[in-house]
Design a protein around this ligand. Sequence first.
Ligand SMILES: Cc1ncc(COP(=O)(O)O)c(C=O)c1O
Length: 401
Amino acid sequence: MMRDPQPRPPAGAAPSNNRPSFPAPGPQTANVLFPFVDLKAQFSSIHDEIMAAVTRVLESQQFILGAEVAAFEDEMAASLKTMHAVACASGTSALELALAALGVGAGDEVITTPYTFVATAGAVAQVHAKPVFVDIDPETFNLNPDGIEPALTERTRAIIPVHLFGQAADLGPILEIAEEHHLAVIEDAAQAIGALYRDAPLGSLGTMGCFSFFPSKNLGGAGDGGMVTTNDAGLAERLRLMHVHGSRRKYHYEILGRNSRLDALQAAVLRAKLPHLARWTSGRRQVAARYRELFREYRLEGQVKLPAELKDRTHVYNQFVIRCPQRDELRNYLSARGLPTEIYYPVPLHLQPAFAYLDNPKLPHAEAASRETLALPIYPELADTHVRATVSAIADFCTGQ
Ligand SMILES: Cc1ncc(COP(=O)(O)O)c(C=O)c1O
C-alpha cells in the first residue's frame, strides 16, 4: 500500500521545525504587544538598498572574499579608526582568531569577566588556554580593573575586557596594567560598535578589537559575521592567513589556520547598513534618554537602578539594562502584560557547568548582577507608546497595583 506523501509547505513558504532560531518564532513572541528586537522594522526601512546589495553579489557569483569583503573591511577600518580590519565568520571566531594570532594556547591564562556572553571565555578555552575570571564593577557591569593584578600569574598572557551592553570597559587602567606586565588586550566589542572611550572608537585602543555582526547587534548582518581590528600590521597579516586555512597561495599552508571567512553576501548587506549606523545609534540613545525621562516622571529612580552612563564614554545601548532586587517577579509581571524583556545573563560564566573544571572563586558582584538585571527593549524604531507602557507597568509593579 502506498503511504501518504509527506505534507510539504507551499513553494516559497518559510520552512518550520523545532530547532532553535533567532528571533524565536511561535509561542514566545505570540502574546507580546511588540517584539523585544524588531529586525523587520529596520529591514523595511532599507529594503531596496539591501535587495540591491544582495542582487549585486548574486549577479557577480563571487561569494567568497573578493572585492565586497575587502571594501567592507576598508570601510570598517576607516569608521573605527584602525589600520586593519579582518572580517571573519562570527564574533566568537573573531575572539578565537585574535587569541590564536597572539599565539595564546595551552598553559596560558587569560583574564576576563564572568558576566558576558559565553563566547568571551569560550574562545579562551577553545585555544586550550585557561580563562581566569575577575569580578565586575557593579555600577557598569564591566570588568573591574582592581581585580586584575591580584589575578596575574606567570602564565597570564592577555586580558579580554568586554564592553558590555554597549558601554566601554574602564580601558585606561586596563591598558596601563597590560603595558606594565607585557600583556595583550583583546577588546570584546561585540556589543559596542561605534561606542567611544575618551573620544576613541572601541576596538582601536587594545592590541585587537573583536566585533560581532549577529543580527541583533547594532550593526547586524543577515546571519553570522564578525571582525578583528588591529593597528599591528604583523597581527593583521597573521589573522588574514589564519582565517583562510593558513594559506596565501592555493594549497600551500604556511601555518595551521581555519575557515573563518565572512561571506560576500554578508559583507554586501553590512556595507548597505554601515552608512545608517550613526543614525541608528543616535536613535538608540534617544530611546535610552526617553526611558530615563519616564523613570524620573514616574519617580522610580529609588526603586529601580538605571544603567550608569559614564562621562568619558559614549554608550551605544545595544541593551538598556536596569537593576531591581525583585527582578524575576518584575519580569513575570511585565510578561503577563505582554511586555517583553530579557535577562543578560541569568548565570555568570564561572558558575556554568561548562566552566566547572576551572577552580573558580566566588564573584559576588557578577552573581548579584545575574540575579537582579533586566534588559528592556531598545531599538531605534521602538515606539514611544511602548517605552511608556513598559515604564508605566514597572511603576504599577513598584507601587503594588
Ligand atoms: C560580548 C559578546 N562576545 C562575543 C559574542 C559572540 O559573537 P557571535 O554571536 O557573532 O559569535 C557575542 C554575541 O552575542 C557577545 O555578545
